[in-house]
Design a binder for this molecule. Sequence first.
Ligand code: GDP
Ligand code: IMO
Ligand code: MG
Length: 423
Amino acid sequence: MTVDLLLGLQWGDEGKGKIVDVLTSQYDIIARFQGGPNAGHTLEFDGIKHVLRTIPSGIFHQNNINIIGNGVVIDPVVFKSEIDGLAKFNLDLQSKLIISRKAHLILPTHRLLDAASETAKGKAKIGSTLKGIGPTYMDKTGRNGLRVGDIELADFKERYRALADKHEAMIAFYDVNIQYNLPELEKEFFEAIEDLKKLSFIDSEEYLAQAQKKGKSILCEGAQGSLLDVDFGTYPFVTSSNTTAAGACTGLGIAPNKIKEVYGIFKAYTTRVGSGPFPTEDFGAAGDMMAKTGNEFGSVTGRKRRCGWLDLVALKYAIQINGVTQLMMMKADVLSGFDTLKVCTAYNYKGEVIHHLPYNIEEENVTPIYTELRGWQADLTGMTSYDSLPLALKDYIEFIERAVGVPIKIVSVGPDRKQTIMK
Ligand code: GDP
Ligand code: IMO
Ligand code: MG
């Protein structure tokens, strides 16, 4: 019996989908524990590129179960399009994919509320993916939400109506011009609910407890990244769930003492999509080169991701909060071609040198302090062994390991499943 946990250590899009797919053959069950269709997890294999939103990244493997846990928020409409997108792969989703009855539903009006809230914020907007995530988690904690299990109740439609009516009043309160045709959105929603009903709904905490008793191995898959955590991220420019390790306990009902390995995924540099502070953001040629080589465009919104240097202050903070036991460094190939690489090792915080992530990392408070390291020129994308990697990259890896005190076990050198080097 093993329960391991995999999560992102930066602002999301670290490459979680790829690594879950790489590791899936070692597990019986892959379980998503938080977030919703704001996530976009990309997998590439056999010349196929596929982006998953709510469905766990183990779905393409033959012999395992994929669980959507209670901590996830599901938009039936997006979910239906995900299911439709998988049709060509002939996967037996009825037996491979199961959903917690306690997962909350994203209603069309949650999406509209997201849009109204962001529009009302003007320049202070979060840069949300506008998938209704914030309003749905607000209804969850406000004890108003609708859950997957409610679909099975005789009065589901009445419950839906009551909540949607309340949302319409709230949208009006924002006093912004949001155009929408609710009957059309509701038609689409209820059609998608019918599709959702074709899958098995379970009490996932019980299922996972029984699976552990039977000796099954479980990999918990995180979405977003630690710096987007609602408690520990760059609040208010965060998402509305706990993206950190504790989120796996609350989002699946797994006890903390059952979790063994915590895999922390990070890019060899840093990206962020949406608003909010980003101390090591590079507005010059280096940032442009990372964006171009790394193809840094959002998997969900297509927005250009902001790029910058690796921030070891933030990485150490994320490692500490999550209790990371193994690191996986992604997109090392994107840094080929730089003469020198900068790594942030401390912050100048209001005139003082600090090594931790303070309350407030806005530009006016924090200036990153960099160490410069030698770059490498070789193309890494065809390399298959750690020994073949350039010396300067090995130095870069060792520098990070020394600074954070956790080993890097995987170095990723391209988007494909095969472009993964085990150390
Ligand atoms: P996730 O949200 O953490 O699953 O990450 P995304 O899928 O949103 O973004 C990661 C992007 O980088 C995807 O387009 C991946 O195909 C790609 N990717 C993953 N690992 C590597 C890598 O090692 N090198 C390169 N060049 N691309 C990678
Ligand atoms: P994956 O799982 C990157 C960001 C948004 C925005 C903020 C709030 O693919 O790594 P929300 O839609 O949650 O209200 O947006 O969080 N964000 C992500 N950024 N990757 C993600 O997921 C993200 N999910 C949300 O851009 O800044
Ligand atoms: Mg993503």
